[in-house]
Write a protein that binds this ligand. Structure first.
Ligand code: KG4
Ligand code: ZN
Length: 341
């Protein structure tokens, strides 16, 4: 089963062909650099870029896959969550391609696809054997924890009530004058440093409207952390690059600590922990999750670096396992910017 996947939920324009849910035959990803001067993604610019780039990117993905248009069995695309105007480009393109080629269509959830990205690594075990599993999707747009007790079941058990972890790192980097996106810079500056303990508070979440019925102990809040950094920088601005790097390291440790503690609390009887999304590239997070899993006898599943950020291989891969909404119903669906898993 060869699936053509399309991903345009944010600022990556991507197309890929994946066989049987796991074997990546091709994956073309274009990250739009146009947003850098703005310090964040500008939706209007993103959708225009998707429109301009997607046709050629799809053609390249099909050509590089070696199977050609005639060798495809399914078209899949991200229907949500994401920026409405960005989603619309990829989802409409997928509908058009499916109609033109007569192939079936499948609507895929972007966050669930991040969790599937770990299985695009040929060294990963068979997903059907990896239960009970805990999944952490952590990126610039989302921070969600899921329990997957058995095949076909996925339950949201925790999430951020305000900023996503990547957003928290990006905002901190902006405040420290380190540019955008900040996650990779903060990661690099923190390597080889020892974080100072207790400098930043861990955001506590109270039961209430924001948690939407989820256990507050499994939810996260990063907005207080960002404010704490702002106050600290206002009270005593870092005097040089060394002090800035140390602050970035302390801040990163607070973000990583919060994520790892939620994972630990949510583990229960899980024997696998799957982590996907741009922030899962973070070297300190990888190390800390590795320690947690070793201590708890859990197998840690991390995506290959090229599949951590937004990419269409995870979309085609997930669709290839039979997840998502199939056609004919898919043809009647509009994009879903806040589509919950
Ligand atoms: O998954 P992704 O490409 O797009 C979204 O769906 O958001 O994730 C982008 C996020 C950004 O916030 C970026 O700063 C963060 O992932 N990121 C990192 C690292 N590389 C990317 N955060 C921490 N450490 C990294 N090495
Ligand atoms: Zn994403």
């Amino acid at each position: 089963m060869n699936v053509l996947g399309i991903e345009t939920s944010c600022d990556e324009t991507s197309a890929a062909v994946v066989r049987d849910g796991r074997e990546v035959l091709s994956c073309v990803v274009h990250t739009q650099a146009q947003h850098r001067p703005f310090g964040g993604v500008v939706p209007e610019i993103a959708s225009r870029c998707h429109i301009r780039l997607l046709p050629e990117i799809v053609e390249r993905a099909v050509a590089e896959s070696g199977v050609g248009w005639g060798g495809l069995d399914l078209v899949a695309a991200t229907r949500g969550p994401g920026l409405a105007s960005s989603l619309l480009v990829g989802w409409s393109a997928a509908k058009g391609l499916a109609m033109r080629t007569g192939l079936p269509l499948r609507a895929v959830n972007h966050i669930e696809a991040h969790l599937h990205s770990v299985f695009l690594d040929p060294a990963a075990p068979d997903p059907l054997e990896c239960f009970p599993r805990l999944g952490l999707a952590v990126s610039g747009g989302h921070t969600n924890l899921f329990r997957m007790p058995e095949e076909g079941r996925i339950e949201l058990v925790g999430r951020t009530v305000d900023d996503a972890a990547g957003e928290a790192l990006d905002k901190a980097a902006k405040l420290l004058g380190l540019g955008y996106p900040g996650g990779p810079v903060v990661d690099r500056l923190s390597r080889g440093r020892t974080p100072r303990a207790g400098l930043f508070p861990e955001g506590r979440v109270r039961e209430g409207a924001l948690t939407g019925g989820l256990d507050p102990e499994l939810c996260l809040s990063f907005s207080g952390l960002k404010t704490a950094l702002l106050h600290r920088v206002q009270a005593s601005p870092p005097r040089d690059a060394e002090e800035t790097a140390q602050l970035a390291c302390d801040y990163q440790e607070a973000v990583v600590g919060a994520l790892v503690r939620r994972c630990e609390r949510a583990l229960g009887d899980a024997r696998y922990l799957a982590v996907g999304g741009g922030v899962s590239l973070n070297s300190r997070l990888r190390e800390a999750l590795g320690e947690l899993c070793a201590r708890r006898g859990v197998r840690l599943l991390l995506a290959l670096p090229r599949h951590c950020g937004d990419n269409a291989a995870m979309i085609a891969g997930l669709a290839g396992t039979g997840r998502g909404v199939p056609s004919p119903a898919a043809f009647d669906l509009d994009v879903a910017p806040s589509w919950a898993v």
